[in-house]
Ligand binder design. Structure first.
Ligand SMILES: [Zn+2]
Length: 313
């Protein structure tokens, strides 16, 4: 009787000891690995690059939902809550996220570490061409004071962005340094391959001129010796005869090979304009919306490469 009791007593003790060890272990591993680090990225390209670097180490939240125009984004109360709880904030920079500074200030998160993905990238000035839409429809005038923000569309500058993000993440969370390095190297290698492919396949089309409807491609054009000769910004709907006339004027003045419309643009209207002018129209993707997947960047850019080949030949 006594012996049995003793046995029960010691096994209970053992169970208690196990529970204590397990909970202590959990607490210390969270503190050490800092797996609780909350990372937020503003827009799709920096989300993809950040997720490419973090890999399986943790989730990355996106602030501007896919399918929303980042140039005219208005922050929501939910965004404020997300930033208030975040440890790391990754932004594209170059003034693209106009809503961000006020939002961050308002949350009063003094622990927040900001990573500017465009750090040390020399911006190209925005198109100040006469066809740029300054006198008309200010809602769609996407000009940014700090230069053109669309650096991610150049696979070489995208590498710089990935490196900036990698270095910022390592600083914020040194325990994951090895994983961040390894993942970044894989992603950077893919970007190098993409650059090679662009170089090789666009080499025959040096000087090819195109008109865009969104000033998103000057970095891409400069890198591969193409010319985004004019940007004609159009309203998303209610394109007027005057708008069409501006497109016609630009095509005549610059003798372009074709028009590059935006994914998501008013399709039938753009097709009609192209038909009236007698020029091909193709779609180029500024990758401002799309799948929340680091691989999506490569898919979209390869489609863009194909589009550029088709329009330039
Ligand atoms: Zn844009």
């Amino acid at each position: 009787m006594f012996r049995k009791f003793q046995w029960i007593g010691s096994s209970l003790l053992a169970v208690v000891a196990l529970i204590t060890t397990a909970s202590l272990g959990n607490i210390s591993s969270i503190a050490q690995n800092r797996d609780g680090t909350k990372i937020v990225a503003t827009i799709l390209p920096v989300y993809m690059f950040t997720k490419g670097v973090t890999g399986e180490t943790g989730e990355v939240e996106i602030l501007v939902p896919a399918g929303t125009d980042p140039h005219e984004y208005q922050a929501t109360p939910e965004n404020a809550r997300t930033i208030a709880e975040a440890d790391v904030l990754v932004k594209n920079g170059l003034g693209l996220e106009e809503f961000l500074e006020k939002l961050v200030d308002a949350t009063g998160n003094s622990q927040l570490q900001e990573i500017d993905a465009s750090q040390n990238i020399k911006p190209i000035e925005e198109d100040k061409d006469e066809h740029h839409d300054h006198d008309h429809d200010h809602d769609h005038d996407h000009s940014h004071e700090e230069g053109n923000p669309h650096v991610w569309l150049d696979p070489v500058l995208a590498q710089q962005q990935v490196k900036n993000i990698r270095d910022g993440l390592i600083k914020a969370n040194p325990n994951n340094a090895t994983t961040y390095q390894t993942n970044a190297n894989i992603y950077l290698q893919k970007l190098q391959q993409l650059d090679q492919e662009f170089q090789t396949r666009l080499a025959p089309f040096k000087g090819c001129k195109f008109i865009a409807f969104h000033d998103a491609y000057p970095y891409l054009a400069k890198r591969y010796n193409l010319q985004q000769t004019a940007v004609v910004e159009l309203p998303q709907d209610n394109i007027t005869p005057r708008d069409i006339q501006r497109v016609i004027n630009a095509t005549k003045e610059y003798q372009v090979k074709g028009l590059l419309a935006e994914i998501g643009f008013n399709d039938s209207r753009m097709q009609q304009i192209a038909k009236d002018i007698g020029l091909p129209i193709k779609k180029l993707d500024p990758i401002e919306s799309g799948l929340l997947d680091p691989e999506h960047y490569f898919t979209a850019m390869k489609n863009n490469l194909k589009t550029l080949e088709e329009i330039c030949q």
